[in-house]
Write a protein that binds this ligand. Structure first.
Ligand SMILES: *Cc1c(COP(=O)(O)O)cnc(C)c1O
Length: 334
């Protein structure tokens, strides 16, 4: 794996810390738990999209683009980090937000990440839930071209092989850290959504020959679809790295039993997970991704999974989205 072959811009604070979480581990029944702090990547609040955007924006710069175009749910962390990347690079940013959860709440629609998108200077259009977002991206890119601009289109979540390079690099970074600490990792647990994070990790681990199992906890799609998406993207990422076919299907595992009522919809178990992480380790998780992944980790541990294992939970960020859920959380954090 030789990532200097790929264009990249540097705005992440790397390496992110790998920290022990003994109080949370104890609460999970004695798990030897570590947290990989990708909430601390540093770009306008940080989160996992920053690593992907280093390669995506790198390619945009290499192509001479002047506008980043992307899409996401209303409270998308990916959109906020893309708007931040554009600001850092002096580019324009065109955003399409999908009203995916159907929430009419003012905080969901105006606060949290949305407020930051505006602050960062992005131009924002909102479309109804269920819209064809790929077509919408192409429509906006064409509008940029029509007025003489040079758009670079980033898919939802930054999840293509170029973006996933950021998580292949994270896999390498994590293994280097663990080796320096003398820490033998038995498993990595992460939220998995648009699949780039999970796929990049699996691809990176395979390419460097560190066969640590990765469990993705799904936030949207059912298991068969999620695993298929991750596997496909992991293969594409290996191919981009010049390591065709290095990932086998059995390296891809997702548990999608914790989605609850749907993407971006929270329940008591998610709130309990947010509270537990905050009150044991001062970790601020998010309601859509890392909080749902922690909900899954808590339940799986309660069922006796991961006994005697050293687990690294990837904190993918997203705390900024909490403020979009103020009304829903108020009075429920006791
Ligand atoms: C996007 C996101 C994820 C999921 O990552 P994918 O690469 O889309 O699977 C997890 N956590 C947070 C906070 C995110 O914003």
């Amino acid at each position: 794996m030789h990532l200097a072959r790929f264009p990249r811009v540097r705005f992440a604070h790397l390496p992110t810390p790998l920290e022990a979480a003994p109080r949370l581990g104890e609460a999970l029944g004695g798990l030897n738990l570590f947290i990989k702090r990708d909430d601390a990547t540093g770009l306008a609040g940080g989160g996992n999209k920053t690593r992907k955007l280093e390669f995506l924006a790198g390619k945009a710069v290499a192509q001479g683009a002047d506008t980043l175009v992307t899409q996401g749910a209303i409270q998308s962390n990916h959109v906020r980090q893309t708007a931040a990347a554009a600001a850092r690079l002096g580019m324009a940013c065109e955003i399409i937000l999908e009203a995916r959860t159907g929430s009419g709440a003012v905080d969901y629609n105006r606060s949290g990440n949305v407020l930051l998108d505006h602050l960062l200077g992005a131009n924002i259009e909102t479309v109804p839930g269920g819209s064809d977002m790929t077509a919408a991206l192409e429509r906006v890119a064409q509008a940029v071209r029509d007025r003489g601009g040079r758009p670079y289109v980033i898919p939802g979540g930054g999840s293509n092989a170029v973006g996933a390079l950021g998580y292949a690099d994270c896999a390498r970074e994590l293994v280097v850290q663990a080796d320096a600490m003398g820490l033998k990792i038995d498993r990595i647990v992460t939220a998995t959504g648009s699949a780039g994070t999970h796929a990049g990790l699996v691809a990176g681990l395979a390419v460097i020959g560190a066969d640590i199992p990765v469990l993705g906890i799904g936030v949207r799609a059912p298991q068969a679809l999620q695993e298929a998406n991750v596997f496909k993207l992991a293969l594409e990422t290996c191919a981009l790295l010049g390591q065709e076919g290095r990932v086998s299907r059995d390296r891809v595992a997702a548990n999608c039993d914790y989605v609850g009522a749907g993407y971006g919809l929270i329940d008591e178990a998610v709130i309990d997970a947010l509270k537990l992480a905050a009150r044991t380790e001062a970790l601020i998780l998010d309601p859509v991704y890392s909080g749902k992944a922690m909900k899954g980790l808590i339940d799986l541990c309660a069922q006796g999974a991961f006994k005697d294992e050293t687990v690294v939970f990837l904190h993918t960020g997203g705390a900024q989205g909490l403020f979009g859920y103020q009304g829903e959380l108020e009075g429920r954090l006791g």
